[in-house]
Design a protein around this ligand. Structure first.
Ligand code: ARG
Length: 495
């Protein structure tokens, strides 16, 4: 966007947010009613446009009101405000919540942010008592609190969504524990595996993503409220009381750190970026697998689009977009790291730039998780095609080498060499390894006997890989059953 219009009441941010059904910003030429005591004039239009965050931080209105309710209850409890004032503040904030919910709240860009919008409205509605709410508090600890509460809520929502995505993967893995398919390294056929084993690999990744978000939640679960501007306050506030009321484990220990730090948001974004990276890999595989050149799986009309010009097309747009969303999520992480880098203590307005990336990353990951769970439930594997592909590319060559070691006691390096010669022979003749005659096999190693054919099929190959965590269908079925159990009801991680 270019420079904002010089005088118009609705800024670009306002225009964008008014599309949500909220009334446009109220234009205000006077100085800010919340801090304008020493100011004679209002800000320039550009100043207002660069300074205001209400266009995006209004998303935190629930957290802001929750925080204010806890703060007011504490102020009354310790006798800083009267019980009557607290009751008036509570009723006022509750009716403001209703206004915002109904889209009737008069958001004002001149009032900068969600904190001052709510507070000014409160005073407008209840008078004197509203002006007492900000005692022993600053916007610096208020915003630190709101962002923490918002991130915590986002973690809880994403945690449930990751669990659902894992359930989708486990359901399909149980169904396809024995469905053989090619396993790849370098995207070259490597060894046969099963579709169930492949899907459970993503279940493991998502389980660690959940763990990372939960770890971040534990670390961030301390309340900065009461750190005030930066040094704490002389009022006899009870930070333990507000911390407990807001579900925190306790108050943060250093007031400077409380208003200066956003590492919990960075950590959250890092966990989101890693999770999105995992989803992007599955999405990329769906793009590859649904290509007719692979033809491994089909996605239904529900998760694909047609082309306006090419009637035969069935494009995996949802998978492509999941793959692409990773860019903006990782971008939000790098963006916030860059905002925070080298920032002197304590609060700087720079930190207002934490929010848009944070909100966008959480919403993007939420959508990517929903789309992934949907596609996983939707996909229809072509079992015959997967079986055929699993046998291509001499995928059981390792099984042959292992057989030479086991049965003929060849050192593995020699077995590898002999097998390489046999692969070359089969390739020359346009055959699979199992297509070579005993005579042809013996040309490279005379002691080979017909027992070798028992390990050259893909079914024998996967069934033999029973080592812990291996691809054998029996292992996969057992792992899927464990996950099903662990993800039942509680949604708890196995660990
Ligand atoms: N809108 C601000 C932010 O998001 C709130 C804190 C403002 N504090 C201040 N001293 N100007 O960071």
């Amino acid at each position: 966007m270019g420079l904002p219009p010089p005088a118009g009441p609705v800024s670009a941010r306002g225009a964008r947010s008014s599309a949500t059904g909220n009334p446009p910003f109220v234009s205000d030429k006077s100085s800010n009613s919340q801090w304008g005591g020493r100011y004679a004039e209002g800000p320039s239009a550009v100043m207002q446009a660069i300074n205001a965050s209400i266009g995006f931080d209004r998303k935190m209105w629930r957290q802001d009101i929750r925080g204010s309710l806890a703060h007011a209850a504490m102020l009354a409890h310790v006798g800083i405000i009267s019980g009557d004032d607290e009751a008036a503040i509570r009723a006022g904030l509750e009716s403001i919540a209703g206004e915002i919910e109904r889209g009737e709240f008069p958001f004002s860009e001149a009032l900068e942010d969600i904190h001052m919008n709510v507070e000014a409205r409160l005073t407008e509605r209840i008078g004197e008592a509203g002006k007492r709410l900000h005692t022993g508090r600053s916007r610096n600890d208020q915003v630190a609190l709101d962002v923490r509460l918002w991130v915590r809520d986002a973690i809880d929502g994403l945690d449930a969504q990751i669990a659902d995505c894992m359930r989708a993967l486990v359901e399909r893995a149980a169904e396809h524990a024995g469905t053989v398919m090619p396993g790849f390294t370098h995207l070259q056929p490597a060894q046969p595996t099963t579709l169930g084993h492949h899907l459970l690999a993503y279940t493991e990744m998502l389980s660690r993503d959940r763990g990372r978000l939960r770890d971040a939640r534990v670390r961030m679960n301390e309340s900065p409220l009461g750190a005030a501007a930066l040094c704490g306050t002389g009022f006899p506030i009870d930070r333990h009381m507000t911390a407990a009321a807001l579900g925190f484990d306790g108050p943060t220990r250093n007031s400077l750190d409380s208003v200066a730090s956003r590492d919990y948001a960075i950590e959250f974004l890092a966990a989101c970026a890693i999770c999105a990276t995992h989803l992007s890999r599955l999405a990329e595989e769906l793009v590859i697998w649904t290509s007719p050149y692979f033809g491994f799986v089909r996605l239904s009309d529900a998760y694909t689009t047609g082309s306006s010009i090419m009637p035969q097309k069935r494009n995996p747009d949802a998978a492509e977009l999941v793959r692409a969303k990773t860019g903006r999520i990782a971008g939000a992480l790098v963006g916030l790291l860059t905002v925070m880098k080298g920032l002197p203590l304590t609060y700087g307005k720079d930190m207002q730039e934490d929010k848009e990336g944070l909100f966008d990353a959480a919403a993007s990951l939420s959508l990517a998780l929903a789309a992934t769970a949907g596609m996983v439930r939707d996909l229809q594997p072509d079992v015959a095609r997967l079986r055929e592909a699993a046998g291509a590319g001499f995928s059981t060559a390792t099984d042959l080498a292992d057989w030479l070691v086991r049965e003929l006691k060849l050192p593995f390096r020699d077995a590898h060499h002999v097998t390489g010669k046999l692969v070359a022979a089969a390739e020359r003749r346009g055959l699979d390894l199992s297509g070579l005659s005993l005579e042809e096999l013996r040309a490279e190693e005379p002691r080979i006997h017909d027992g070798v054919y028992g390990v050259l099929s893909v079914e024998a190959s996967v069934a033999s890989r029973t080592s812990f965590g291996g691809t054998a269908p029996a292992n996969v079925a057992e792992a899927a059953a464990l996950w099903t159990e662990q993800l039942r009801d509680t949604g708890e991680n196995p660990a």
